[in-house]
Design a protein around this ligand. Structure first.
Ligand code: NDP
Length: 305
């Protein structure tokens, strides 16, 4: 397949690397930030001047960009993908963005003769590198069948979840839960530490108890327990995802009491300068309100009261 890949960030670069590695002729777009473009072209991909050129060269174009604004810019903007779309070409958008924005883009692409899959991902950068992402796909099931071999270069669990836009909905639900699990973990561990517990012991015990969530495995070792916050997944991107959920909830009159607090903590942590850190920094922001850093508590505690 001739594949276009636009958005070579923390997720996109390892995903595109797997697409190139699977033998697909791959095209991307030149950016001022050369490093990821150079990394992909060194593997055999070609960098073209504009998204429109990528759409002309490829049969299938994959996008994974920060959010709605960038997606609209790349697809509907000047020299955007739409200018190069023609009958039979396919757009697979893997961005975490809004269902409404996705539907608007899908209408424009279909009007140009193209087809669309809405396919956000979960699993983070390690799964992106290993090709084990969960991919939640909205769109025509027959189109998904045709694209499945390509998606299987990046993901292991590929689930059809409904029409275009439903991928974005399922991802939004996952994100609000992931953000909530993270903050509950931070708040509860801060209390435990203030009561004299060792965070590593808390992790070991809660891992096989009813308070467990997978977020513990994803963000305690290598992040909160080690005091390291290299993204990963940038805090400002998670703030965007929480706000997507809150905006949808507001427009549908769905109460989200807990998620509203989660949104406030992410806003405060971002305002305090942590926006480009990994999103687990939001939990550290919370623990610090209790005077606790899990990495330091780990080094000094554990001997009992
Ligand atoms: P990053 O911020 O790391 O990367 C975003 C990429 O988009 C950058 O390479 C940026 O290029 C590129 N980009 C922005 N605007 C344009 C444009 N106009 N044309 C071409 N490229 C552009 O984000 P992530 O990779 O972390 O996330 C991407 C999406 O995936 C988001 O929606 C996020 O919510 C979602 N996601 C992220 C996960 C994670 O763990 N990181 C996990 C699951 C989903 P440049 O640097 O040149 O500006």
């Amino acid at each position: 397949m001739k594949v276009g890949f636009i958005g070579l960030g923390a997720m996109g670069l390892p995903m595109a690397t797997r697409v190139v590695g699977a033998g697909h002729e791959t095209f991307t777009v030149t950016r001022r930030n050369r490093a990821p473009v150079d990394a992909l072209t060194a593997l055999g991909a070609r960098a073209l001047a504009t998204p429109a050129d990528v759409a002309r060269a490829a049969d299938v174009v994959i996008t994974i960009l920060p959010a709605d604004r960038e997606l609209k810019d790349v697809i509907l903007g000047e020299h955007g993908l739409l200018e190069g779309f023609s009958r039979g070409k396919i757009l697979i958008d893997m961005t975490t963005a809004t269902a409404i924005g996705m539907e608007e883009i899908a209408r424009a692409v279909v009007a140009a003769g193209g087809e669309v899959l809405d396919a956000p991902v979960s699993g983070g950068t390690p799964a992106a590198a290993q090709g084990t992402l969960t991919i939640m796909v909205g769109g025509d099931p027959a189109l998904l069948d045709r694209c499945r071999p390509l998606l299987e270069t990046m993901g292991k669990q590929i689930v059809h979840v409904g029409g275009v836009g439903q991928g974005k909905v399922v991802k939004m639900v996952n994100q609000i839960m992931a953000a909530g699990h993270l903050l509950v973990l931070g708040e509860a561990f801060a209390l435990g530490v203030r009561c004299g517990a060792d965070p590593a012991t808390l992790y070991e015990v809660v891992k096989s108890s009813s308070g467990y969530s997978r977020m513990m495995d994803l963000r305690l070792p290598g992040f909160l327990l080690d005091g390291r916050f290299e993204p990963g997944f940038r805090l400002d991107l998670m703030k965007k995802d929480v706000n997507l959920a809150l905006d949808s909830a507001r427009s549908l009159s769905v109460p989200m009491l807990f998620a509203s607090c989660v949104g406030q903590v992410f806003a405060a942590a971002s305002g305090a300068g942590r926006g480009n850190d990994d999103f687990s920094a939001a939990a550290q922001y919370l623990t610090e309100m209790a005077g606790v850093r899990l990495s330091e508590a780990r080094a000094t505690r554990g001997a009992g009261l």
